[in-house]
Write a protein that binds this ligand. Structure first.
Ligand SMILES: Nc1ncnc2c1ncn2[C@@H]1O[C@H](COP(=O)(O)OP(=O)(O)OP(=O)(O)O)[C@@H](O)[C@H]1O
Length: 763
């Protein structure tokens, strides 16, 4: 093909192209296609717009559910990689939760698929969202509404944790329409009861839940499922199972060993050297927090001190919680109510002033710092007697902890200052005493005796370190000590019996007698400990009310001192015969059938002159037949009742004749009746003597003396009815009675009263 041919061909093609673009037929076809597409879309949209919301939502739910089988937790990087509703996703994003943590990644998928999940992960690793997201999704999937009532129940060990979980739920679930309620003690039960049946998610503490289950009629819980409390074929998710340590990697942990009486100084010095930090200090009991919180406030360490413990009002607890959350630097003195689950942001230090009950408690406590990728430090204060046992436990639980020393040069001593405070304030002194006793009690009650041995404590020095002049008396320790001695005595006796037997056998065999065993080191230690306690106990007779109260309460209320078993045995199983208590004395008296509140006066000849309460002499003679019958066939109740009635009547008659003035004996029957009535009233009234019945009843609303018009009908009516029922004699009779001489019955006032009551009863 020549050049000319090529050119003509190209020209033809371009002409064809121009013609094609201008071709109305082709253009129409194109437009028609586009139009059809738009028409279908609009139609669909219109159709969808006509659907009720729930149906649209249903379709969205179905679309989500269809993805459940294909969840790939391993590759999930963002929350949106899971089939989670837009509402929840939006909530998560708004709360700045974008990527799931390890525990969330591994559990959310299973939970969405409807499996029971048992998950465990280190503190601060995000377990809260791991269960809250599936809760929201489950309710959403079931299109739960307010009228459906309770849909999810979250039981939390402490009120603070319940409150915190509630707050997270509110944040993450704010785009859903469910209702949620915080049901914890210390709040108004009535208001809760009114709302609880309309609440979809209830976050509660166990005590309050039981209260509503008992008292709130409208509250219907899935009780059977709760009771079973076992998981159906659960997925176990141990996120950090293979980890080298059970505490967060970003947490640095140390312990110091010091004597009990040095602990307050150590704490004060620590606080003084960490003024810009946020610190939580854990104590063994509320009373310690109560006392040391006040003491430290008085010491003015230079940083805010807060206290959180179970004896505070709920509102106060919330206030302190929020206050501490909002502070940049502060020291929170707390009991273990703050140990589990609470998410205080940016805590730098956790100091355990008292040894935790066990390694798990230790881990929960230190977990209040170094949360979610943050760093933190923890210091454990141990007594020499606690060191070995506790450190071994921690090692067992894979807790990396190092021993460090307290620098004695840096230690600041506060004992003198505390003494001065206590000298000024009686209340503070009492607090210090309670703190002292409570701490000892808490140590005494600890189960692990390898770690906690109250008899190893130098309690006198401890009392001084709290600012007290002397160690208060601690009864339960006295008793425990006695018990210990008795047990020791018993085993010694058993041992000596054994030795005697062995020596006897040896004699029989013609061998030389064995020598006495040497006292062991432990024996010596025990007697030293006993010395410490003994000295402290004898120093002061000022016994603490709290100890008395508790001890007495336990025994008195249930009257089961001998029957009680279990934990209380330590206190109650004292050797019989040695323990002399008011209760045992009272029981002895009862057994001997002594009558309390009785009084018998004898003449010099030994005859009964007067007896209280008055014994009614037998007035009606018992027939010989009756006596005989009773002797052989026991008491015939009906006959006895009849006889008593007769006897009462006879006695009343005799009493009446004895007391009636001679002049009155001849009066007519009618007059006699009236007289008798008056006598009854008269006996209660002793002439010139003060008549208490004339006084206004303090329990009744009083009428103003002057202006009766101001009294409302209701009140005046009530009063008049009260007056009608009054035991005081009517005015006319009182007037007549005033002219009479008081009857001298020869009895005391109390005896007179008793007599009147009898007469009234029989009449
Ligand atoms: N996906 C996430 N992204 C960012 N922060 C998160 C995420 N999940 C949880 N957190 C944050 O981590 C912190 C710890 O979470 P959470 O309280 O749920 O831990 P936990 O495992 O329940 O701790 P504990 O065992 O002490 O109860 C919280 O401050 C929380 O806001």
């Amino acid at each position: 093909m020549g050049k000319e041919d090529v050119r003509s061909t190209l020209e033809k093609v371009s002409v064809l192209k121009v013609r094609h673009a201008d071709d109305p037929l082709i253009n129409f076809e194109k437009w028609k296609k586009k139009y059809q597409k738009t028409k279908i879309r609009v139609k669909k949209e219109r159709a969808r717009a006509k659907k009720p919301d729930w149906q649209v939502e249903r379709e969205q739910i179905d679309a989500l559910v269809s993805r459940y089988d294909h969840i790939n937790a391993r590759d999930a990087v963002k929350f949106s990689d899971f089939p989670i509703s837009r509402k929840t996703l939006r909530g998560l994003m708004e709360a700045q939760y974008r990527q799931p943590t390890e525990i969330q990644r591994q559990t959310i998928g299973f939970a969405l698929q409807g499996k029971d999940v048992l998950g465990a992960a280190k503190t601060g690793s995000g377990k809260t969202l791991a269960f809250l997201v599936p809760v929201l999704e489950s309710l959403y999937r079931h299109q739960w509404t307010a009228v459906d009532g309770l849909g999810a129940l979250i039981i939390s060990p402490t009120r603070e944790l319940a409150y915190q979980t509630f707050e997270v739920l509110r944040k993450v679930g704010k785009n859903h329409e469910f209702s949620a309620g915080l049901v914890i003690g210390g709040k108004d039960l009535k208001t809760e009861a009114e709302r609880i049946h309309r609440t979809n998610v209830v976050i509660c503490t166990p005590g309050r839940l039981l209260q509503h289950m008992d008292q709130t009629a409208a509250f219907h819980v899935p009780v059977k499922d709760l009771a079973r409390l076992s998981l159906k074929d659960p997925e176990y998710v141990w996120v950090h199972e293979g980890a080298m340590f059970s505490t967060p990697a970003t947490l640095e942990q140390n312990f110091v060993v010091c004597e009990l009486h040095q602990k307050v100084d150590v704490l004060f010095s620590f606080v003084r050297s960490h003024l810009q930090k946020k610190v939580i200090v854990f104590f063994a009991c509320c009373k310690e927090v109560q006392y040391l919180f006040r003491a430290f406030c008085r010491l003015r360490p230079g940083t805010p001190i807060l206290a959180l413990h179970g004896k505070q009002q709920q509102m106060k607890r919330m206030e302190v919680y929020k206050d501490f959350v909002g502070k940049k630097s502060a020291v929170l003195f707390a009991t273990d109510i703050a140990a589990r689950g609470l998410d205080f942001p940016a805590v730098n230090w956790v100091l355990q002033f008292d040894c935790p009950e066990d390694a798990d408690t230790y881990i929960h406590r230190v977990g209040r710092t170094a949360r979610y990728k943050e760093g933190g430090e923890a210091l454990l204060v141990l007594l020499p007697s606690e060191e070995e046992g506790m450190v071994a436990q921690l090692k067992d639980k894979k807790v990396p902890i190092n021993k460090i020393q307290v620098n004695p040069d840096k230690l600041q001593h506060v004992q003198l200052k505390l003494e001065a405070f206590l000298a000024q304030e009686m209340e503070q002194k009492e607090r210090a005493q309670r703190c002292f006793v409570s701490y000892l009690r808490s140590v005494h009650l600890m189960k692990n005796k390898n770690v906690f041995d109250v008899f190893q404590l130098k309690i006198h020095e401890y009392a001084l370190s709290l600012g007290l002049a002397v160690a208060p008396r601690v009864r339960f320790l006295n008793k425990a000590q006695e018990q210990k001695k008795n047990q020791k005595g018993l085993s010694e006796r058993e041992q000596s019996e054994d030795t005697e037997l062995r020596q006897f056998k040896a004699k029989l065999r013609g061998e030389a007698p064995a020598t006495e065993p040497e006292p062991t080191e432990q024996d010596e230690e025990e007697s030293t400990a006993a010395l410490f306690l003994g000295a402290a106990c004898n120093d002061d007779d000022d016994d603490l009310r709290e100890v008395d109260l508790l001890t007495v309460k336990r025994r008195d209320v249930f009257s089961l001192a001998e029957d009680l078993g279990g934990e209380d045995d330590e206190f109650l199983d004292m050797p019989k015969g040695k323990k002399v208590t008011t209760l045992s004395e009272a029981k002895k008296i009862l057994k001997r059938k002594f009558q309390v509140n009785t009084k018998i006066t004898f003449s010099e000849e030994g005859e009964t002159v007067q007896q209280w309460p008055i014994v009614q002499r037998s007035a009606a003679q018992q027939s010989a037949n009756e006596e005989l019958e009773e002797e052989f066939s026991g008491i015939n109740v009906d006959k006895a009742r009849e006889r008593l009635k007769r006897e009462d009547q006879e006695f009343d008659k005799q009493e009446y004749n004895r007391e009636r003035p001679a002049s009155a004996q001849d009066k007519s029957d009618d007059e006699e009746e009236e007289e008798e009535e008056e006598t009854v009233a008269y006996l209660d009234y002793s002439g010139d003597e003060f008549d208490p019945s004339t006084l206004p009843d303090p329990d009744k609303p009083q009428k103003p003396n002057t202006d009766t018009s101001s009294i409302t009908l209701e009140v005046s009516g009530g009063e008049s009815s009260c007056e009608d029922n009054d035991m005081s004699p009517p005015a006319s009779k009182r007037k007549r009675a005033a002219h009479r001489q008081p009857l001298d019955t020869g009895l005391s006032l109390a005896e007179d009263e008793e007599l009147v009551l009898r007469l009234l009863g029989s009449s």
